[in-house]
Design a protein around this ligand. Sequence first.
Ligand code: FES
Length: 167
Amino acid sequence: MDHINAAADCRSCGTTESQLLAAGNGADSAIGRRTFLVQSGILAAIAALNACGSLGGSDVTAPNLPSNATINVNNYSSLSSVGGVAMVTLGTAPVAIVRTGTSSFIALSRVCPHQGGIVQLSGNDFVCPVHGATYNLSGQWIGGQRASSLHQYATSYDATTGTLTIS
Ligand code: FES
């Protein structure tokens, strides 16, 4: 019965129910509009920062590596044969090293270009656990969530020492 008393109170001050509803809708609309404008401003600012690379200072899908980042291939049994893969971390960058030949390797960023998940090795593919983007061992997108290819770093190999330099 409270709503009847409230209605009676409103009638006693002269405000009709439809005026109250209209005022309420107006308040909701004003708040909604304000919220929309604030959120739009935030989204625009984020877009602008992304566009100029201000978030993180570099391409987040291709994290910077320490200078002179190296691994010794001989320390990774998975790299002893062509097609082998080693998952390593260089500085803070998650990287996949793939042996593509007797003396050739590629190094791929494991940061998914879709939304930054860290891809994992699954059989002969890399799969992102976040939305399922799938890449071959060359880093090319081959299925699942649509995305561009994994970033590839430059490599140079010294077969004498087994040192692979990634940059
Ligand atoms: S973040 Fe990798 S598929 Fe979405």
